[in-house]
Design a protein around this ligand. Structure first.
Ligand SMILES: [Zn+2]
Length: 119
């Protein structure tokens, strides 16, 4: 199945810790199994990190902790509202195009894949 939330999307936290609810930010990382996302400036935790010579000093760092993907909603680039993402397939001549679309306003968000039909 295609990913509903992708790197670069703007999302809003809609469930989970009260302190994070309603916060929005840009997805900067998606876990391999797509269950968690790291959102820029959201869900900041203090983390003690060891020194890595020539890379960073040891100490307490404030970093974004991942948020479970079920706790976030995509903010539609068109209607600017947190929304559920749907997929739709459009057939144009011999090309099948799959889009993510906003279930609130119905606008396409982006192209997911394109497939040419043979024959
Ligand atoms: Zn929309």
């Amino acid at each position: 199945m295609a990913a509903k939330i992708k790197k670069g999307d703007t999302v809003m936290v809609v469930r989970g810790k009260a302190s994070n609810k309603g916060e929005t930010g840009k997805v900067i990382e998606v876990s391999k199994d797509r269950s968690r996302v790291v959102i820029e400036g959201v869900n900041i935790v203090k983390k003690h990190l060891k020194e890595i010579p020539n890379v960073r000093e040891g100490g307490i760092y404030e970093v974004e902790a991942p948020v479970h993907v079920s706790n976030v909603m995509l903010v539609c680039p068109n209607c600017k509202k947190p929304t559920k993402v749907g997929f739709k397939i459009v057939k144009e001549k011999k090309v099948l195009r799959k889009f993510r679309f906003c279930k609130k306003c119905g606008e396409n968000i982006d192209l997911v894949s394109e497939k040419e039909l043979r024959g």
